[in-house]
Structure formats: C-alpha cells, structure tokens
Design a protein. Sequence first.
Length: 134
Amino acid sequence: PIVVADERGRSKGYYTLYDKEGKQTWFIPAGELDEGAGGEDLSFQETIEMMQTVGQEDAFYASAITEGLEVKEVSLEDGVAIVHYTMDEEEVSASDRIVFENAMQLVALDFDATELQLVNETKRQSKTFPFKEQ
C-alpha cells in the first residue's frame, strides 16, 4: 500500500503541472503556491471553488478544473463528498477528466472523506471512489 505522510495543514486545493517530457501530470498543493486564502481554513466547497481559477496570469501551473468542465454543486456530509459537474465533451479530453477526478479525490481525502461521488450531469453518470471503511 502507498502511505502518504500528512506534512501540511488544512487543504487549500491542488493545481497541476504537466511534464511534457515525462508525459505526467503533477499535483501541487495550493498552500505551496501563492494561491488560496492565505492562512484561512476553507470549507470543502470553498476549496473547490478556489481551484477553478489561477490567480497569476503567467503561472507555471494550471487549474485541475480545465476549460469545458464546470462544477455545479459540492457537498460533504457524514464523510461522503459529492461533486456534481458538467462537461463539454468536445473540449474536455479523457486525460483532462482523469486529472479532474484525481484532483477531486485528493481534496476529498484532505477533508477526511470516506468516499467521493462524482456526478457527471452531462452524461448522467455517477462514479464512486471509496477511500476507507467506516
């Protein structure tokens, strides 16, 4: 199993950096960048809202919520994180969708969710990512 050390405080979301040579996407915690709300703790919903934009025009990183993806509704209750979104299928690649899903999982884990439900309202499909047994 993979063990992730908890070396940071409360989540402020994640941004992405695409390594063209290695063809990999890296997730960068917003707290390590000049993004986020300073030292302020954010709710799950506020964190995802913050992740939708990049505050610096010439930033070397990007939002994990790409153009063509739109988060419609977010909730976190009793350990279950739910994110409703729409997607322009012509604009959003399969890779973009996977990056989005991975970023949502990271944020949900930061908020101690036991599972994440991603609801694609465009395709009327739902995916559940269980994290740990209750």
